[in-house]
Every structure is written in C-alpha cells, then in structure tokens.
Write a protein that binds this ligand. Sequence first.
Ligand code: PEP
Ligand code: MN
Length: 353
Amino acid sequence: MLVVMKPQATPEEIQAVCRHIEQLGFRPHPLPGAQRTAIGITGNQGQVEPASLEELSGVAEVIPVSKPYKLVSRDVKEDNTIITFPGTNATIGGRDLAMIAGPCSVETREQAFAAAEQVAAAGAQFFRGGAYKPRTSPYAFQGLGEEALIILAEIRERFGLRIVTEAIDNEALELVDQYADVIQIGARNMQNYSLLRAAGRKRKPVLLKRGLAATLEEFLMAAEYIMSEGNYQVILCERGVRTFADHTRNTLDLSIVPAVQRLSHLPIIVDPSHGTGKRNKVIPLGRAAVAVGADGLIVEVHHAPDKALSDGAQSIYPEQFVELMQQSSQIAAILGRNVPHGIEITEAASVAH
Ligand code: PEP
Ligand code: MN
C-alpha cells in the first residue's frame, strides 16, 4: 500500500498520516519526490484498509502496490534517488558518475596509499579497499580488519576520497559503519537477511552487490530488506553472475542496468573487475557499463597487481585507470552525463568527520 500525498501537502499533514499508519500497527516510510511525497507502508502481511487513510487531510490517493517490493519501486518514488556526501561534491545517482577505485584488499599502509594517490590523481572521488575479505579458501588472505579500516580513514583524511568497504558480518558492520562512508554488502551476502536488516538500521549509504545467481527480483528484494529498516540510501551494483561461460570469471549482465532503472529509483553501478575477472576485459566492459547508463563504476586498481594478495588477475594498473576515466568521461558526455574531476571538500566536511 502506498499513500500519495497532494503536491501541496504540508509537513504536518505528512506527519499526521505517518502517525495514523503507526497507530494501525504498521511502519510508514515517507519518501519525498520532486512533485509530491509518497508514504510507503510496511509491516503489513495483507491489505491495509485504505478507507481511513483516504480521508486524511493532504492525501491525494491510496494505491495498492502489487509488486513484492515497495520502497525500491518507482511506484513509490518516481525520481531517481541521489545520494549525497555532505561537505563534498560527490554524489551517486545524479548526473555525475560515481567512480570508485582501489585495491581488492588493503594489504599494507604503503600499498593502500600508493593506490589512493594514483586513483585520486586520476579523478576518482571514492576509494575502495577490503578490510574483511570473503575468500573462497579459509587459508587465503582474510583482510587486516580494523587495522585496514584505520588506514582507510587516514586515506580519507589525506586525499579526501570517500571510503567504500565491505562488512562481511554483523560484527564487521559495526566497525565499517564507524570508519567508512559507504557500507559494502558483498555478492555472497546478498541474501544474508539479518545482515541486510542490520545495515538497514545504519544511516550510512549501503552498496549492495548482486548475488552470484540472483534474479532481478531477488536483487531488488534484498535492497527492500535494507530500506524496510529505514535506510533509504542504497546503491545497487552489478558484478557478474555465474554462467556456463568460462572465458571470464563471471558473466557481466549489463542488461540489468536498464532493467533496474525501469523498475527502481535506486542508483545502479557496475563492477567490471569481478564481472570479468580478467585485467584485459576491465576497460572494455567498464566503457560498456557507462554506455549502458550505469551511475558509476567500482574498479580494482593495484600498483603491482602481480604481488596482490587478492584478485591480482583482475586488478588494473593505475595508468589503465587513467585511460578508463578519460574514456568514461567521453562516453558519459554523449549521454548528457559527467565524470567529475576528483573530490572537492568544503570546510564543513573536515569538521563533520
Ligand atoms: C570485492 O568487492 O572485493 C568483492 C569481494 O566483491 P563481490 O562481493 O562482488 O565478490
Ligand atoms: Mn576483489
């Protein structure tokens, strides 16, 4: 069920409708749009009786939502969600593309700083680097944990880059929430519903990666879990799915980008690194992702990929990232979009952090 408020509805009227929904035992999710506010209702197993809501002041209409997901849907919010990073010029989901780059894992301070310096110089606004790694083998490098998070926070301080890093479980989530700007939920955890709910109780943006074999609907339902807890800042990420193809690590499904954009207001970015698993395919598929209309890229960059402790084979060299940025910028221009030239920090941001 969705309550659509009149364009001229006042904040008091919106609040009164929310209170009414709470009194009925449900949870209201007011989502302001350019034209009007819509209020999603969750917590109801069956139909909410619309009559009592229709009569409230400021309500334009009450419409049933037939899709299994509500809050992620364009039915609830027509305009694209744009995530902002207060005190900086960085956004995700607007006209500007979000370029997120850095190593698969934070290995040492020197390694992470080397990558950060180079991706910042190339114009990235976001830095990625795993502190907690979900590895196939329990004997493979598992990440430096909090030590890596401290290094990442130093990188934000030094270069201004906003930090994206993965929380593999509820324990890691608490620490990632403290140090990072964006909480990444990995492909393997896309259906870890308790982790999704816990991330939904945080107030930092969540980058949700598509599961290895998830359908579009399963992917959107995972985002719905996060939003249903009140965190509306979700970024979807296509990172390839398992197929019979063996010339790449995964098959990057770029068709999901327009499919998501049709159904959902949430931003969607693409990871051509995990999506292909091969260095020589990262730039071509990165270009294709921008051309298909993705809201940004997340790319693994390492100054010495042959020595990387994880995902060296798919990590590109810093100079390749420069090339990808330049080409992305040209392709984005054709689409009326823009690749910003790096992060700009205002006074407020340094105080806020
Ligand atoms: C990663 O970003 O390093 C990662 C582990 O990604 P995914 O969850 O897509 O495999
Ligand atoms: Mn990786």
